[in-house]
Design a protein around this ligand. Structure first.
Ligand code: URA
Ligand code: SF4
Length: 211
């Protein structure tokens, strides 16, 4: 499907809404075709006054069923990394660039399919409304899809991760997606992947205190 066939989320996003009002409205969104096959929209969750906002890619299989972000395997890695960085998950706000699960069916399994740039663009009004409502000091982009959605340009994670980037009034830190750590099978590589994620989260935490 091309962009011209995707109206984008704009007309479904209530103006001036707080996070709860946005969450109540998101399931009705028809801004792109991804709502058709997903169970439900998965909106952001966490502290509405959070100083730190974390953005992932899109809900996975488990998130689609639960209606909550980062509750599956990637969520466990994220929880561990946050704990190691000294960040309380209840004090941050966690969301995704795209609110409906995109997948491919293989037998009985639903396999994650990376959203296209057009899906990210269509869904961006929700992310913008969340950023306005939460007004965080720092946004952490977990992986390339989130980084592209927030910074509005292509980003190479390896080249820009773990430092504070300025984007308008916002401080942005990009890092790897926790799923990239989940996929590492070698235990030394996995530990190194985790250490990198923890490092980048600490950078974000320090930047959110205004240091
Ligand atoms: N991966 C994401 O990007 N977000 C989720 O919520 C779960 C997995
Ligand atoms: Fe709307 Fe985003 Fe869902 Fe597409 S993915 S229908 S734009 S909420």
């Amino acid at each position: 499907m091309s962009d011209t066939q995707r109206p984008g989320a704009g007309r479904w996003v209530p103006a001036g809404a707080d996070v709860q009002e946005l969450r109540d409205a998101v399931d009705g969104c028809r801004g792109c075709e991804l709502w058709e096959r997903a169970t439900q929209a998965v909106f952001g969750e966490g502290d509405a006054r959070a100083r730190l906002m974390l953005v992932g890619e899109q809900p996975g299989d488990r998130e689609d069923l639960a209606g909550e972000p980062f509750v599956g395997p990637a969520g466990r890695v994220l929880d561990d990394a946050l704990r190691a960085a000294g960040i309380d998950r209840t004090e941050v706000y966690v969301t995704n660039a795209v609110k409906h699960f995109r997948f491919e069916e293989r037998g009985k399994r639903r396999i994650h399919k990376t959203p296209e740039a057009g899906h990210v663009r269509a869904c961006r009004p929700w992310l913008e409304a969340e950023m306005t409502a939460i007004d965080p000091d720092v946004v952490v982009c977990l992986g390339t899809t989130a980084a592209r959605a927030v910074l509005d340009r292509p980003v190479k994670i390896g080249e820009e991760r773990g430092v504070v980037l300025e984007h308008g009034d916002l401080r942005v830190v990009v890092t790897v997606h926790p799923s990239a750590v989940v996929r590492l099978r070698d235990s030394a590589e996995r530990q190194a992947g985790m250490d990198g994620l923890v490092h980048d989260l600490r950078v974000a935490k320090d930047a959110s205190r205004g240091d």
